[in-house]
Ligand binder design. Structure first.
Ligand code: IPM
Ligand code: MG
Length: 367
């Protein structure tokens, strides 16, 4: 039995419910495939604020640095909205990303065939959609200095955030995107606003310089506003998109919605390879904590389950297991099982646990 360490941080809102179903899938693998996962669980976000007064305890941060992978549910909720900015739930997530140096955030937007009608776009525009957005995750406006709110002599206040990128930050995330494009459809679209921002000019120059090292990848460039428009106009024109932290945040929500529901999409945040070819990694659904349906057993656990599948692929080198999980999800959808967020006429409405049941039943059947 090999031991693979995993830190589970269910977080807030629907995070714990959805993660409960992932635990069942992990246990199933543990029982069945003689692969054991050394799973630890801890607090993040509002849950950590309630317990410790801060959104991420130092001990949790230290554990995250040691494990093979972190699996995070969701953070935030109205209960903690009025807290000081520095201790809001989101700061826990941002600290994990920053201190683990998870600079490459992979956000696939795939449209399962069974869900093409749940998209707000026409079926023919989204059926078969398979885009990978690579979002820079540890720099740019989210972390740039100077930042803050200051009082001005004239009695006004000023809010400042800084968009800043150094060349090494651009190069490392661009390389990750080129490498993914090589393994996928061979096309990479780099997105910035070089027409108005110097950071965008530098971004474009650095990405362009790298292109000669990846002759098998066709590189194109697009302004971020145009990219948003093209995503809803003709999304299948894209293969891999690489962009900065803030544009990536916006564009990945947009791309996610093309697929029918945010409740379907996983993400992987990866750091640099170390000397043993291992990367620090955190996996999380793209959806948030959905406080409006939390605790009601309605949440869609698929994005969390698919995040675990990404962990199997990228952190544990278990591609067959990842395929099996993804196939089980696809089968369950083809058979018409739906949580509320993806419900359509004539389909079978199920809750969080039943969705977990049916996915595990599929895994068993296929084993
Ligand atoms: C995301 C979220 C986060 C972000 C929030 C929760 C801090 O929107 O992962 O896309 O803005 O990065
Ligand atoms: Mg976001």
């Amino acid at each position: 039995m090999s031991n693979r360490s995993l830190l589970v941080l269910p977080g807030d809102g629907i995070g714990p419910e959805a993660m409960g179903q992932v635990s069942r899938v992990i246990d199933w693998f543990g029982d069945r495939q003689s692969v054991s996962f050394d799973v630890q669980e801890d607090l993040v976000g509002g849950a950590a604020i309630d317990a410790h007064g801060i959104p991420l305890h130092d001990d949790t941060m230290a554990r995250a640095q040691e494990v093979d992978a972190v699996l995070l549910g969701a953070v935030g909720g109205p209960k903690w909205d009025d807290l000081d900015f520095s201790i809001k739930p989101e700061r826990g997530l941002l600290r994990l990303r920053k201190e683990m140096e998870l600079f490459a955030n992979l956000r696939p937007a795939m449209c399962f065939d069974a869900l093409a009608d749940a998209s707000s776009l026409k079926r023919e525009l989204v059926a078969g959609l398979d885009i990978m957005i690579v979002r820079e995750l540890t720099g740019g406006t989210y972390f740039g200095e100077p930042r803050g709110i200051t009082d001005l002599p004239n009695g006004e206040r000023r809010g400042v955030n800084t968009q800043v990128y150094d060349t090494h930050e651009i190069i490392r995330v661009a390389r990750a995107a080129f490498e993914l494009a090589q393994k996928r459809g061979g096309r990479l679209c780099s997105v910035e606003k070089a027409n108005v921002m110097e950071s965008g000019v530098l971004w474009r120059e650095e990405v362009t310089k790298l292109a000669s090292e990846y002759p098998d990848v066709e590189l194109s460039h697009m302004y971020a506003d145009n990219c948003a428009m093209q995503l809803v106009r003709e999304p299948k024109q894209f293969d891999v998109i690489v962009t900065d932290n803030l544009f990536g945040d916006l564009l990945s929500d947009c791309a996610a919605m093309l697929t029918g529901s945010l409740g379907m999409l996983p993400s992987a945040s990866l750091g640099a390879e170390d000397e043993n070819k291992k990367r620090k990694a955190m996996y999380e659904p793209v959806h948030g904590s959905a406080p409006d349906i939390a605790g009601q057993g309605k949440a869609n656990p698929i994005a969390c389950i698919l995040s675990y599948a990404m962990a199997l692929r990228y952190s544990y080198d278990m591609p067959d297991a990842a395929d099996a999980v993804e196939k089980a999800v696809e089968d369950v959808l083809s058979e018409g099982y739906r949580t509320g967020d993806i419900m359509q006429p004539g389909m079978k409405l199920v809750g969080t646990t039943e969705m977990g049941d049916t996915i595990i039943a599929k895994l068993k059947q296929a084993a």
